[in-house]
Design a protein around this ligand. Structure first.
Ligand SMILES: N[C@@H](CCC(=O)N[C@@H](CS)C(=O)NCC(=O)O)C(=O)O
Length: 216
């Protein structure tokens, strides 16, 4: 069985799933989504692919899964790679995946999208607000990694790491946020992820969709 993943290169949320599939050595193929030309908003997509109008979507046989966190939980449960080893660890992983979805990925992805991929220049007040939220979330993870462990939950990588790593490998020019300069513990942690066998950065796994914004 070959997994089918709906995604595109600029989507760090799709990258989270693609990275799992690559690192776990599972067979998969991309269903490219022409995102910047509205492909995820068509009536057909909403009715037959994802009612939330989002990528990623993973097709696993008869099942169609959405939400990167739920997909990662499903894959870890099924295949064992990057899985929890106890109920407590599972709770910790879920806690960090929720933090990622609500704060860490969410604000960064919005900021980057407006910085690089919108057709018009963004409103400076909105950018200032988002930048403050990005900084708070990144500082939270930076403190956690500086204090606690090599990976997000313990000394081995789990799906929590793959989730939080969704957006940290894109070129600095896309967001204007230099992780290496501002968040040293995150920078060291992403180096440990990049050292995992089979690792590839986002655009080496997923080709970018055409038509994105005005820069870089
Ligand atoms: N929490 C979701 C977020 C997915 C998401 O926001 N994907 C973006 C692309 S990276 C999207 O499809 N956005 C469409 C929209 O927000 O309308 C996940 O982790 O899968």
């Amino acid at each position: 069985m070959t997994y089918r993943l709906y995604g595109f290169g600029q989507s760090g949320n799709a990258y989270k799933v693609a990275l799992y599939l690559e690192l776990a050595g599972l067979p998969w193929e991309l269903v490219p989504v022409d995102f910047f030309n509205g492909a995820a908003r068509t009536p057909d997509y909403l009715a037959n692919v994802n009612e939330m109008g989002e990528v990623p979507v993973l097709v696993d046989g008869e099942r169609r899964l959405t939400q990167s966190g739920a997909i990662l939980m499903h894959l870890a449960e099924k295949h064992g790679s990057f899985r929890w080893t106890s109920a407590d660890e599972r709770d910790e992983i879920l806690r960090w995946i929720l933090f990622d979805n609500h704060k860490f990925t969410s604000y960064f992805a919005s900021y980057r999208f407006m910085h690089a991929f919108m057709p018009k220049d963004p409103d400076p007040a909105i950018m200032a607000f988002l930048k403050g939220r990005v900084d708070a979330a990144y500082k939270t993870l930076d403190r956690h990694l500086a204090r606690d462990s090599a990976f997000i939950v313990g000394e081995k990588p789990t799906i929590a790491d793959l989730s939080l790593a969704g957006y940290v490998f894109y070129p600095v020019a896309e967001s204007g946020i230099d992780i290496a300069a501002s968040y040293p513990a995150i920078d060291a942690w992403r180096g440990r992820i990049a050292a995992l066998p089979g690792f590839k950065p986002p655009y080496d796994i997923l080709p970018p969709a055409p038509g994105a914004g005005r820069r870089p």
